[in-house]
Design a binder for this molecule. Structure first.
Ligand code: URP
Ligand code: ZN
Ligand code: ZN
Length: 473
C-alpha cells in the first residue's frame, strides 16, 4: 500500500525543508507539495523532523568474544536499533584462520536469518592473508556484496593480525574495491602492559584503561594511515576514542591519504573515571579502546564538526553485568570488552550534539547515516531522502524529553551505559522500506523482515532505476 507522509520537515545531509513524501513499493516515489493521497495511507508527521533512517556501520550481534557471546542478537539488537532510529546496520563477521571466508559469511547469514527487523550488511574480518584468502576475496567483494574488510591490530593471540597482513589486505582491497577497516591499538604493547599489571596485582577494571594509554591507539592509527599511504589504498579507522588518534587521521588526510574515522557515543559523553565505579561496576564501561580523560571529548566533538572524523558507529557489543562482565572479577583482562550502545547512538548525537549546538542538523544526518552509506556502498539506496531511495524513514520529535535507562530500553542486556542520562529528542515512528517497524513508539515490526543488503564497491553508488539520483553524491 502507498503511504503519504505529511506535515514534517525533511532533513538530509544537505537540506532542511518542508515537503510531503510519497512511498510506493518500499521506495520513495515522490517528494513535493499537495501530492495525491489517493489509495495512500496518510501519516501525519505532526511537525516532526523526517530523517533518513540511521546507518550504524559498527555492530557485533550474536558474537562470541571474551569467553562468552554477546547478549543481544540480531533480533533484540536490531529492535533496539530501530527504536533509536537506525534502519540499517553493518555487522562484523568474524573469521577463523584456516577456514574459508565463505564459511564464516554463511554462519553470519544464519545468525541474522529470521531475526533482523531492519536491513543489514556484513564487514568481513581478515586474520591472515594466504593463497586461499586471496582467491576468495574477489568473489566476496564482487558477488557476496561484502565490500569492507576488517583487520584487528590488537587482541593479541585472539584476533590480532600482523602488519604484513594489514599491508597485504590493503593491497588486495585496493585491487578489488574494498574498504579496509582497522581496530587501531598496538596489541603487542598492550599485551606487555596487561601482563605486567597483573603480575603487580593490579586487577580492577580501571587497569583496563591504564594498560591501553592513548599513545598505543595514536601509534597504531598513525601506522595504519601510513600503510594506507604507502599502498595508496583506502582506510577507515573504527572507534576513535581520543585526540591523539583523531589527530593522526587529520594529519593523514592533510597529506591526501584516503583515511576516514569513526567515533562512538560512549567516547563523546563518558570518561575514564567510570571505570573506577565501586563494586566492580567499572566493568560496565570496559571498551577497547578504553574511555579516556574527559578533555578528549571536546576534541572529538570538534573533529566531528570540522570533518576530521566522519561517522558515528555504536560498536554495539553487549554483555550482561551479571553473569558476563563478572567473568573478569579479580582479573580485568577477562572482562568481556564492549557495551550496549546501538539504541542510543542517534539519541546521544542529537541531544548532546545538535541540541547543544556542537553540530548542525545536516551534520547529524551525515554523521549518523549519509556518510556511512557513501563509504560502505549503500548510497543512494540508503542514507538519504530522495526519489528512488528506500523508504527508510524516521519521524523524530526534537523536543521529547526522557531519561535513558535499562528499565526502558529495548535491548536484552541487563544495564544501560547511559543510565539516568537526561536527553532531548526521540524517534516516534520508524519505517524500513516503507513498512513501520516502530509506530508511535510501539514496536510493530517482525523478526525476519530485515534483508541482507549487498553493498557496492568502495567509491561506487548502488544501482537504481532512477538515473537522476545517481548524480546526487
Ligand atoms: O570493546 C569493544 N570495542 N568491543 C567490541 C569489539 C571491538 O574491538 O570492536
Ligand atoms: Zn575494535
Ligand atoms: Zn567493534
Amino acid at each position: 500500500m502507498k503511504k503519504l507522509i505529511k506535515n514534517g520537515t525533511i532533513v538530509t545531509a544537505a537540506d532542511v525543508y518542508e515537503a510531503e513524501i510519497l512511498i510506493e513499493d518500499g521506495v520513495i516515489s515522490a517528494i513535493g507539495h499537495d501530492l495525491s493521497s489517493q489509495n495512500a495511507e496518510v501519516i501525519d508527521a505532526n511537525g516532526c523532523y523526517i530523517f533518513p533512517g540511521g546507518i550504524d556501520p559498527h555492530t557485533h550481534l550474536d558474537m562470541p568474544f571474551g569467553g562468552t557471546v554477546t547478549k543481544d542478537d540480531f533480533e533484540t539488537g536490531t529492535m533496539g536499533a530501530a527504536f533509536g532510529g537506525t534502519t540499517t546496520i553493518i555487522d562484523f563477521c568474524l573469521t577463523t584462520k584456516g577456514e574459508p571466508l565463505k564459511k564464516a559469511l554463511s554462519e553470519w547469514h544464519e545468525k541474522a536469518k529470521g531475526k533482523a527487523v531492519i536491513d543489514y550488511g556484513f564487514h568481513l574480518m581478515i586474520g591472515e592473508i594466504n593463497e586461499e584468502v586471496l582467491n576468495e576475496l574477489p568473489d566476496v567483494v564482487e558477488n557476496e556484496g561484502v565490500t569492507s574488510l576488517k583487520v584487528f591490530m590488537a587482541y593479541k593471540n585472539v584476533f590480532q593480525a600482523d602488519d604484513a597482513t594489514l599491508y597485504r589486505t590493503m593491497l588486495a582491497a585496493k585491487e578489488h574495491g574494498a574498504l579496509v577497516m582497522v581496530h587501531a591499538e598496538n596489541g603487542d604493547v598492550i599485551d606487555y602492559l596487561t601482563t605486567k599489571a597483573l603480575e603487580e596485582g593490579k586487577t580492577d577494571p580501571i587497569y583496563h584503561a591504564l594498560t591501553r594509554p592513548p599513545e598505543v591507539e595514536g601509534e597504531a592509527t598513525g601506522r595504519a594511515a601510513r600503510l594506507a599511504g604507502l599502498t595508496d589504498s583506502q582506510l577507515y579507522v573504527v572507534h576513535v576514542s581520543c585526540a591523539d588518534a583523531a589527530e593522526r587521521i587529520a594529519e593523514a588526510r592533510r597529506k591526501g591519504i584516503d583515511v576516514w574515522g569513526e567515533t562512538c557515543p560512549q567516547y563523546l559523553v563518558l570518561d575514564q573515571t567510570y571505570l573506577e565505579k565501586p563494586d566492580f561496576e567499572g566493568a560496565k564501561y570496559v571498551w577497547s579502546p578504553p574511555l579516556r580523560d574527559k578533555w578528549n571529548q571536546e576534541e572529538l566533538w570538534t573533529a566531528l564538526k570540522n570533518g576530521n572524523l566522519q561517522t558515528i558507529g555504536s560498536d554495539q557489543c553487549s554483555f550482561d553485568f551479571h553473569g558476563q562482565k563478572d567473568l573478569g572479577k579479580g582479573d580485568f583482562t577477562k572482562i568481556p570488552n564492549g557495551g550496549p550502545i546501538i539504541e542510543d547512538r542517534m539519541t546521544i548525537l542529537f541531544s548532546e550534539g545538535v541540541k547543544k549546538g556542537r553540530i548542525s542538523l545536516n551534520q547529524f544526518v551525515d554523521l549518523t547515516s549519509t556518510r556511512a552509506a557513501k563509504l560502505f556502498g549503500l548510497f543512494p539506496q540508503k542514507g538519504t531522502i530522495a526519489v528512488g531511495s528506500d523508504a527508510d524513514i524516521v519521524l523524530y520529535d526534537p523536543n521529547a524529553e526522557r531519561t535513558l535507562s535499562a528499565q526502558t530500553h529495548h535491548l536484552a542486556v541487563d544495564y544501560s551505559a547511559f543510565e539516568g542520562m537526561k536527553v532531548t529528542g526521540e524517534a516516534v515512528s520508524v519505517l524500513s522500506r516503507g513498512e513501520f517497524v516502530v509506530k508511535d513508539k510501539q514496536f510493530v515490526g517482525k523478526p525476519g523482515t530485515g534483508r541482507f543488503i549487498k553493498r557496492a564497491k568502495y567509491g561506487q553508488l548502488t544501482s537504481s532505476k532512477d538515473a537522476a539520483k545517481q548524480t546526487s553524491n
